[in-house]
Design a protein around this ligand. Sequence first.
Ligand SMILES: Nc1nc2c(ncn2[C@@H]2O[C@H](COP(=O)(O)OP(=O)(O)O)[C@@H](O)[C@H]2O)c(=O)[nH]1
Ligand SMILES: [Mg+2]
Length: 230
Amino acid sequence: MKTSLIIPFKNEKAYAALTIKTVHDYLSQQAIDFEIIAVDDSHDGTWDILQALTDNYANMRLLKGGQPAGYGRALQSGFKSATGDIIIPFNGDLSDSLDDVSTYIRLIEKEGYSMVFGSRFMHGAKIKEATLIKNSISWLANKFLQILFATPCSDVTNSFKAYRKEVLQTLKPSATGYAIGMELALKGIMKPYRYTTIPITWSNRLYGRSKMSILKVIPSYLWMAIKIRF
Ligand SMILES: Nc1nc2c(ncn2[C@@H]2O[C@H](COP(=O)(O)OP(=O)(O)O)[C@@H](O)[C@H]2O)c(=O)[nH]1
Ligand SMILES: [Mg+2]
């Protein structure tokens, strides 16, 4: 099976080359059949770095994000253009782990799951250098969502998850911002798809700054969860 990694970038000059090279080298070494779809909304020169990389890597494509720019719009463009059987959103600041990508792929290929969710909040998960406030709000929100949706998944808000392509196509995401990760997971949970949750490693960025303000995104998350549940 082929895997499409969708990697969104917004002003990530320090990460663009590092992330693409790290992802490419790791997956090639593991003999995984993959493509990288970078979706860029930058205005700091990240685009030029990514553009130059497409000459080095035959299985990498570069897309422009939507108008206006948004994390959800970027992922949606990536999904439309993906040719893989397994689709995985992977953050451009290397906060997600490639060992976890490899486990996701194995669980879908060998164990027949339709979706594999990663959790930062279960036994065995590792969170490196998280901001205490952001992490606590995220933990609390996920506890609430876990009860509301009666799911064993303890982390629905994180976008880093794996979907079979045909499953993703039925989920029809609409979120233009960060809520897209939660939207996909919750819509998937409401359908009779087979899924599992595994502990993952999440590392905070070493360079640049986060584009996500947790307080600003709370209303869109709440509204989306209510729309899906009721
Ligand atoms: N294309 C695109 N990428 C984005 C946008 N917003 C954030 N990103 C990227 O999405 C990834 C996760 O964003 P980040 O700011 O690190 O969020 P955090 O990890 O939740 O603090 C990074 O690679 C960002 O560059 C956007 O509007 N468009
Ligand atoms: Mg980040």
